[in-house]
Design a protein around this ligand. Sequence first.
Ligand SMILES: Nc1ncnc2c1ncn2[C@@H]1O[C@H](COP(=O)(O)OP(=O)(O)OP(=O)(O)O)[C@@H](O)[C@H]1O
Ligand SMILES: [Mg+2]
Length: 154
Amino acid sequence: MLKQEYFTDSPRETIELGKRIGKRLRGGEIIAFLGGLGSGKTTITRGIVTGMGLSDMVTSPTFAIVNEYREEGRLFVCHFDMYRLCSDELEDIGFFDYLDGGGVIIIEWSENITDLLSRLDNVIYIEIKRLSEDKRQFIIEDRSGGGRLDNLGD
Ligand SMILES: Nc1ncnc2c1ncn2[C@@H]1O[C@H](COP(=O)(O)OP(=O)(O)OP(=O)(O)O)[C@@H](O)[C@H]1O
Ligand SMILES: [Mg+2]
């Protein structure tokens, strides 16, 4: 199954969806968010990170560009914000070294590097639509192979 969609009615439900995603990750995946300001990218990332068994220390990487979450014996996460970047600048921030690291890469504002992402395997696209103040639609397109995110509701 290539595309799946889910709806949430609160940040809490979004975090729960993120946890279910995080539990399925095995390392090497690139999660690319599509969706504008305040759609819920950082919120679902909190769920993904806790679902991976890491402490919930997630903050927006807006100013740092990348935040890393690493704990002994766990898969690590590199959480990027590409809001102020474009593909040409990825080399400068060491993005390609992170790709080979074996962790999970999470990217907010992946719209800014679509050309690069289209050339990579292992990308899981998560498009978020803001349907109302509290309602969100998540459209997940798992191109990482292996169907790890199939039937997240189960
Ligand atoms: N169902 C929902 N899922 C996620 N967030 C929700 C939901 N309903 C309301 N919200 C609110 O929407 C906001 C989402 O903020 P968040 O920082 O996660 O967005 P973002 O996509 O990372 O934004 P930015 O582009 O600024 O980085 C929060 O204020 C949250 O409380
Ligand atoms: Mg954010």
